[in-house]
Design a protein around this ligand. Structure first.
Ligand code: PGA
Length: 249
């Protein structure tokens, strides 16, 4: 059975002290849940987060990484650097990386390949923009994002992949895809993977929804059969909100 997952993407928020405070609060409030819980603080606080979560079931992820083994890439972070801290989950392809840092499908394909080769799990994000949905191109866009970045993976590698469908128009906007829109797209994604590989691969991959998930809408979105959890931005920065969302699984 595929995993249920709630992951918090903290983006460029929280200093070291704030990171420690939020994790202490979250640990104290963490409910019993069938969901795997992941938090993704900024790179500079990953080590402190790992230390703070020693013995906890909460897992730590990075928000990005470079595809190269090492070398002259000023300001970048490699898979081995993350692994040396015990961080073996990485978010790749977030729409903010695509929009503000020019990351395209070809680059993301390289990053995913490295993450898989290094034995890491990747939370791979993708989703259409508002114009694309309005012009009824959302299925086409999502299919090509998946194909361009993930089609080189063999079936076994999919055990290391978590998908996060995040319609760009719903991220940080307060506007959420309706549970029906999320389910419709998630079912389409699963069908696309079944077609490209087989139904075992498709049935076993967790597909998270992301985009303005809040305590008030999480349970309904998560109740849909093909929605296996969420990737949470803003609401993951407040322990009580994040906990309510986890309870929604
Ligand atoms: P949001 O962000 O929950 O603040 O909309 C989601 C994301 O960017 O992963």
């Amino acid at each position: 059975m595929r995993a249920k997952i709630v992951a918090g993407n903290w983006k460029m928020n929280k200093t070291l002290q704030e990171t420690e405070a939020l994790l202490a609060e979250l640990s104290a409030m963490l409910p019993d849940s069938q969901a795997e819980v992941i938090v993704a603080p900024t790179f500079v606080n990953l080590q402190a987060a790992q230390a703070a979560l020693q013995g906890s079931t909460i897992q730590v992820a990075a928000q990005n990484m470079h595809f190269a083994e090492n070398g002259a890439y000023t300001g970048e972070i490699s898979a081995d650097m993350l692994l040396s801290l015990g961080v073996d989950i990485v978010i790749l392809g977030h729409s903010e990386r695509r929009a503000y840092f020019g990351e395209d499908d070809a680059l993301l394909a390289k990053k995913v390949k490295t993450a898989i080769a290094k034995g890491m799990k990747t939370i791979f994000c993708f989703g259409e923009e508002l114009e694309e949905r309005k012009s009824d191109k959302h299925f086409e866009v999502v299919e090509s994002q998946l194909k361009n970045a993930l089609s080189d993976l063999d079936a076994d590698a999919w055990k290391q992949v978590i998908l996060a469908y995040e319609p760009v128009w719903a991220i940080g906007t307060g506007e959420t895809a309706s549970p029906e829109q999320a389910q419709e797209m998630h079912a389409f994604i699963r069908k696309t993977i079944a077609g490209a590989y087989n139904s075992t691969v498709a049935d076993n991959v967790s597909i998270l929804y992301g985009g303005s998930v809040k305590p008030g809408n999480a349970a309904e979105i998560f109740s849909k059969p093909d929605v296996d959890g969420g990737l949470i931005g803003g609401a993951s920065l407040v322990a009580s909100d994040f906990v309510e969302i986890i309870k929604g699984i």
